[in-house]
Write a protein that binds this ligand. Structure first.
Ligand SMILES: [Zn+2]
Length: 129
């Protein structure tokens, strides 16, 4: 959740909505609790009078891999096409390694060709995630 300053080409992330109580977590797959997530996003949207909106998705990857998978690219395209999401250029934040100290942020700017817009490596920065 957050907002995008189009004139500055900046993405501001203000909130993270979690997976939800009915989410299904496995080593190589994840299915969120969509109903719970939609309700949480709606609450934040309403509480901020629409200032803070859904801007994309986030998840962790096993090991150190923060590259987008084909599933991730497909998800970005689906978000972009989903009219109710009202998010044509969604972002995807991926945290890698067992401590989640590597974070890459991608944005879908051209259809099916997401690009990395930020890369963080908090290893050795006393990150506690
Ligand atoms: Zn992924």
């Amino acid at each position: 959740m957050g907002y995008i300053l189009r004139e500055k080409e900046e993405v501001i992330i203000t909130e993270f909505v979690g997976p939800g109580p009915a989410a299904k977590h496995k080593h190589n797959s994840f299915v969120p609790d969509y109903i719970w997530q939609n309700e949480e996003c709606g609450k934040i949207y309403d509480q901020t009078n629409g200032l803070i909106t859904y801007i994309g998705d986030w998840h962790t990857h096993p090991d150190n891999l923060t590259d987008l998978s084909q599933l991730d690219i497909n998800a970005l395209c689906k978000i972009s096409e989903h009219k109710e999401a009202n998010c044509v250029n969604p972002i995807m934040l991926i945290m890698g390694n067992h401590k989640c100290t590597v974070v890459d942020v991608y944005q879908l700017l051209d259809y099916s060709k997401p690009m990395m817009i930020e890369n963080f490596d908090f290893e050795g920065v006393n990150a506690k995630v």
